[in-house]
Write a protein that binds this ligand. Structure first.
Ligand code: 13P
Ligand code: SF4
Length: 305
């Protein structure tokens, strides 16, 4: 079937099912194009929490759809590719987290949303890359456990030097493939460009950045900046909207390795099939959901700095 026919059928089914299509900023261009809302993890969580739709079609990876199911238990949440996972989220288990908590009794756990519902359920508060600094600052405790992203954790620790962090050594394989050498090469080739990167990047890479922020933060930054050229240090899917919103500016991917295989799985055919069959549904057991929701709700209540 031609892409335009698939898109038309998707649009029609979205109306018939009273469904909303949410897509992360890393999705394939054509999936972003058809989405009702695109955004970073925080924006999509907020959208999932407030939508009036009966069905949420989540084009992203599993933990994102799971967050939508946690926040909106009365909605049906579809994840068109159930095999779209996040290796970083799989790097922390409840058993491992509980062992760390036993080593540090009474220390609050801040959990990056790139984690399973079970791990969230064993945490005090969640964060995304867009609000991690505000979340950490909102805590009255002087010490905290930060899981699973060691890079985001160390980035936030640099922003909030008065707190002591206990890190978990998880990481995003996609961002860690962006090397210092690759960035320096791009900087040498484009000396007039600003370098922006995601705080999931290795600390030595983030140290080279003019600005580090979430994916949606990059849109704001590039829109407002008077610079005309940017070296972009995050997953390649971000380029679609950056180029669309800023036709007068140039965007150069910092490394060809910045492709997340999981974020690239979802095709238009998968979205159509999901809406036709109303599968695969993402469900979270109620006891886990209630505890995980408490950690997400605490995050959503934190005002941004
Ligand atoms: P944000 O879109 O929240 O910045 O997250 C990046 C990411 O890696 C999601 O998996
Ligand atoms: Fe996970 Fe990294 Fe892919 Fe985001 S980009 S889904 S953190 S592997």
């Amino acid at each position: 079937m031609a892409a335009d026919d698939i898109k038309q059928q998707i649009r029609q089914l979205l109306v018939e099912r009273n469904a909303v299509l949410l897509a992360h900023n890393y999705m394939r261009d054509e999936v972003q194009e058809i989405a009702d809302i695109t955004g970073d993890s925080l924006a999509l969580s907020m959208e999932a929490a407030k939508t009036d739709a009966d069905v949420i079609v989540f084009c992203g990876v599993h933990f994102m759809a799971e967050s939508a199911a946690i926040l909106s238990p009365d909605k049906q949440v579809l994840l068109p590719r159930p095999d779209a996972g996040c290796p970083m989220a799989d790097m922390v288990t409840v058993e491992g987290l509980e062992a760390l908590k036993r080593e540090h009794p009474g220390v609050p756990v801040v959990t990056y949303v790139n984690s399973s519902a079970e791990v969230k359920a064993h945490s005090d508060i969640c964060c995304t890359s867009a609000n991690a600094t505000s979340v950490v600052r909102s805590l009255t405790d002087s010490t905290l456990i930060f899981v699973p992203d060691r890079n985001l954790g160390r980035y936030v620790a640099g922003q909030v030097p008065d707190k002591k962090f206990i890190f978990w050594e998880g990481y995003c394989p996609t961002h860690e493939r962006m090397t210092v050498e690759a960035v320096l090469q791009k900087k040498a080739a484009h000396p007039d460009a600003l370098f922006i990167c995601h705080p999931e990047s290795a600390p030595a890479v983030t140290a080279l950045a003019d600005h580090a922020c979430s994916t949606s933060g990059m849109y704001d930054y590039c829109r407002k900046s008077s610079a005309k050229k940017f070296i972009v240090g995050t997953e390649a899917g971000i380029l679609y909207k950056l180029r669309q919103e800023n036709p007068d500016k140039e965007f150069i991917l910092a490394s060809p390795a910045l492709i997340c295989p999981n974020m690239k799985l979802t095709s238009l055919e998968d979205v159509l099939h999901s809406l036709q069959t109303m599968t695969p549904v993402v469900r979270v057991p109620e006891d886990v959901r209630v505890k995980a929701k408490a950690a997400l709700d605490r995050m959503l209540a934190v005002p941004r700095d």
